[in-house]
Write a protein that binds this ligand. Structure first.
Ligand SMILES: [Mg+2]
Length: 321
């Protein structure tokens, strides 16, 4: 792990900063889930665009894109995160069959979608749901698929629910990835991201990004385990839809950001899988800076932000007892 620039900037943005440790944790929990949705919605209009095509300054929540979404609407990242939140509220240990059933209801009937219409289902997820329907398989495919980012893009609810028991957060992070994204890189990325998020939710600030992945995870994480993202040249960042590349892009975006909004803009501006880079950067940045650091105008533009806040609160209340 490289020496950390985490002390370089201590951002204190919150005019509405909550009082007390419990309320500070609630604020960061809300930030993680709202951040996931905001990053998704911010990036959705530019999904698949090359970096050079992304406008600067970035148009914010204008809608459009591949899925012709209305302004402030989210894609599969947030829909599946909300399905995961619901599954954790039903069973905190997470029942894989229940989670897959919820994913199927999203795919077939738009449950937890922003518009009632399913958008953005990834190939690996589609194969996993088909296997579940046809054979009852509870594990995602390991053959014929790439290690894509579906298991990390939706992770925040696990970290919120298990923030007081980080080892359990890691185990359930793997469990939720396994149902669709079962390759070793995907499982390792999910477990490590859970550790980063739980550290951030506990109040570590940017130092959370320096959370070590553990000896058993590091071999699956490549340059991520070496902390390259702290000083990476953006030209080396792919943001191409793979789990490790997208996570590296998001970590880079947050590591160099001045505040919550800057982190999400930096992630989306990389191009490529912009909605998921945004969703990943958003959940990390939100866990670090909290909902009170999110621009009010962003919350007003996000589809159903009160509903997302309520889901985060339910997870937090279940966690905190
Ligand atoms: Mg998406």
């Amino acid at each position: 792990m490289s020496s950390s620039p985490c002390s370089a900037r201590r951002v204190s943005p919150a005019l509405r900063r909550p009082e007390g440790e419990r309320e500070a944790r609630r604020d960061r929990s809300r930030g993680a889930l709202l951040g996931l949705a905001l990053g998704d919605a911010l990036g959705a209009p530019f999904e698949g665009w090359r970096r050079a095509e992304i406008p600067a300054p970035l148009p914010e929540f204008a809608g459009g894109g591949t899925h012709a979404l209305p302004p402030g609407a989210w894609t599969d990242d947030t829909a599946l995160a909300l399905c995961l939140a619901d599954a954790l509220l039903a069973n905190p240990e997470l029942d894989p069959a229940d989670l897959l059933s919820r994913f199927c209801r999203w795919a077939e009937a738009g449950e937890n979608s922003a518009t009632g219409i399913v958008v953005g289902i990834g190939r690996t997820t589609a194969v996993a749901l088909e296997r579940f329907r046809a054979e009852g398989s509870l594990n995602g495919p390991r053959q014929g698929v790439a290690p894509t980012n579906g298991g990390v893009m939706r992770l925040a609810p696990v970290a919120i629910r298990w923030q007081f028991v980080p080892s359990r957060a890691g185990r359930i992070a793997r469990r939720q990835s396994l149902v669709t994204h079962a390759l070793p890189e995907c499982l390792a990325a999910a477990e490590w991201l859970a550790a980063i998020l739980t550290a951030a939710l506990a109040g570590a600030g940017k130092a959370a990004l320096a959370t070590p992945p553990g000896a058993e995870l590091a071999p699956h994480l490549g340059v991520l385990a070496e902390g390259r993202f702290w000083q990476a040249d953006p030209a080396t960042l792919a943001a191409d839809g793979m789990a490790l590349a997208t996570l590296e892009a998001a970590l880079w975006a947050v590591a160099g950001a001045a505040d919550f909004a800057d982190a999400l803009r930096r992630a989306v501006a990389l191009g490529g899988d912009t909605d998921t880079s945004g969703a990943l950067a958003g959940q990390i940045a939100g866990a670090i800076w909290g909902a009170s650091a999110i621009p009010q105008v962003w919350l007003e533009k996000l589809h159903e932000s009160a509903h997302i806040t309520a889901r985060a609160d339910a997870l937090f209340d279940a966690a905190a007892g």
